[in-house]
Design a binder for this molecule. Structure first.
Ligand code: NA7
Length: 538
């Protein structure tokens, strides 16, 4: 039943990691009346929707969790280094139950619009269920990668088989046994899904637009001694990840790779490769992201690994990235990805050498003029990252202005947490915050705690609105771009640069602070300590 005329202190949109903790924090710490609207059928966000085979977290489980609940850090036992989607969803359900979150959440409800009323200083929010409610504070906890990118492939409506997007996978799963399956895309998602699908499918055809540098995840059981040691030192772990660069226990080698001998760097590369996970990406030589010559040395190591793993030389060359520097696109972690291309039932169709996808036909996919017959197509084509989910909310700030209008040349925010002209509106891990360049729960907890402190301070001092000044916002946007422009990241056509979607204005979406998430946290705390410098409080 639709509810109209309801009034809350705060409305939170989304019930993933962010929305869950935002509710907990505002309700149980500040005593506010909060309503959470969530499009999915339960909590989970990313982990509710992304149910494709092989879906799992790429951060180590001991740090991919809430740290606000210290007892739960001790009690919860993760089964593996990187838990699979069902296990993360179980964890989030457990947290929801433990903290009685669901009583303030409305599921199967998508927010379709909202506007700020300049007379009452409140937001009105509407949903696809016909609800209409008002609140002083509106918090977008919509995730950074939640707006599905389904490219408009010609002919898809004709296809007689079944097709799925990885981020909207059926809850009942898909049986690939004995089927001819096509996977479109070779990003982090596809790299997880391809080896799993290849084990079931009669034939798998992978359509690659851009090859990626993949490094081994090295998933598995974690040594019980290490689990015990981490639990005994959780306060230390939390402190370290909060102060770290990427919200992980990874630290760059404080040396130029160009100053090493071939033997020395080979030893280091081997060590990181064997450790698996993000070590090779985030704990490599410090100049890897800045200097193409340094980067080439790291890339060369992975290229050699690809050549020694993939038996067919022609296929190996297709799998070696050509047009971008290592690490400038999101690092996919793989389990038998390259090995999968040694299987007889797996075929790689590379856009550069075999031809781009021309169209979808009744029977399958035509690429480079050749038709590949398929029973099932899996689109692993990613997301309209970061700005997509926020624009989709159809919010109107002061003067009825939309985020579409404000962001016509790319996102503009202050600290990635607020937008000029949108009073009392906060974005958790929004554009131009560290977000996707960090271990998400670390950045989520930081934003939630900062927003809660901010709202508490407003209530204590009797303020009814807060919004960034356009000067503070301009300065932040300039800073975000200046920092990233010193790196190699803008040279790649990545989703970080908004380049995965035709027509999306090219702009760097997250924030890569010179001192990482630790420095960013200090900056946010400093802003608060100076009476919310850069914001107008009225
Ligand atoms: P990604 O990383 O955006 O990967 C999407 C893949 O789909 C990538 O290989 C794209 O090629 C490909 N793609 C996208 N559009 C097309 C079209 N029109 N034709 C052919 N191929 C296309 O999304 P993921 O879901 O893998 O990962 C997203 C994030 O989720 C990941 O980074 C983690 O943070 C979690 P491209 O490289 O753009 O040429």
């Amino acid at each position: 039943m639709a509810h109209t005329g309801q009034s809350f202190d705060a409305i939170v949109i989304g019930a993933g990691f962010s929305g869950m903790y935002m509710l907990k924090s505002l309700r149980d710490r500040l005593g506010l009346a909060v309503r959470v609207y969530e499009a999915g059928g339960t909590v989970g966000g990313t982990w509710y929707w992304n149910r494709y085979p092989g879906a799992r977290c790429d951060s180590d489980s001991y740090i991919y969790c809430f740290t606000f609940d210290k007892q739960l850090l001790q009690d919860w036992e993760w089964s593996e280094r990187y838990p699979e989607q069902p296990e993360i969803l179980r964890y989030l359900e457990h947290v929801a139950k433990r903290h009685d979150l669901k009583r303030d959440m409305q599921f199967d409800t998508r927010v379709t619009g909202g506007e700020f009323d300049e007379k009452t200083n409140r937001w009105t929010v509407r949903t696809d269920r016909g609800d209409e409610a008002t609140a002083q504070h509106l918090i977008a906890a919509v995730g950074s990668l939640s707006d599905t990118n389904m490219p408009p492939f010609k002919g898809l409506d004709r296809f007689k088989g079944k097709w799925y997007h990885t981020s909207r996978f059926p809850q009942s799963g898909v049986d690939f046994t004995g089927k001819r399956v096509g996977v479109v895309g070779t990003g982090a998602t596809a790299v997880q899904a391809i080896p799993e699908i290849a084990q079931q499918a009669k034939q798998l055809v992978v359509f690659q637009r851009t090859a990626n540098y993949c490094v081994p995840a090295r998933n598995g059981k974690v040594d019980p001694e290490l689990v015990r040691a981490r639990k005994a030192d959780y306060d230390g772990v939390v402190k370290r990840i909060r102060e770290s660069f990427f919200g992980q226990e990874h630290y760059f080698i404080p040396k130029s790779v160009l100053a090493t001998t071939p033997e020395e760097r080979e030893r280091e590369f081997d060590r990181m490769w064997d450790a698996g996970g993000f070590a090779f990406w985030l704990a490599n030589y410090q100049d890897m992201f800045f200097d193409k010559k340094a980067n080439d040395l790291c890339a060369d190591y992975i290229q050699r690994k690809i050549r020694s793993t993939v038996k067919d030389k022609v296929v190996a060359e297709k799998l070696i990235p050509k047009g971008h520097a290592y690490g400038t696109k999101r690092q996919p972690l793989d389990t038998n990805y390259y090995e999968t291309f040694n299987k007889d039932n797996v075929l790689l169709v590379d856009a550069a050498t075999d031809g781009r996808i021309d169209e979808i036909t009744e029977k399958g996919i035509r690429a480079g003029g050749k038709e590949y017959p398929l029973d099932i197509i899996v689109f692993a084509t990613g997301f309209d990252a970061m700005t997509g989910p926020l624009k989709a909310l159809n919010l109107k700030g002061r003067g009825g202005r939309t985020l579409d209008e404000q962001w016509v040349n790319g996102p503009r925010s202050y600290l990635g947490v607020a937008v000029a002209g949108f009073p009392n509106f906060f974005t958790i891990t929004g554009p131009q915050s560290p977000s996707v360049l960090s271990n998400m729960p670390v950045s989520i907890e930081q934003h939630v705690e900062w927003i809660t402190d901010c709202i508490e301070s407003m209530r204590r001092t009797g303020k009814s609105t807060i919004e960034p000044t356009s000067q503070a916002q301009d300065a932040w946007v300039a800073h975000v771009n200046e920092v990233v422009n010193a790196t190699l990241i803008p040279t790649a056509n990545s989703w970080y640069m908004s380049a995965n979607i035709a027509g999306k204005p090219r702009a760097f979406l997250p924030y890569l602070g010179p001192e990482g998430v630790g420095g960013y946290r200090r900056k946010c705390d400093e802003v608060a300590a100076k009476g919310y410098e850069g914001f107008v409080l009225a």
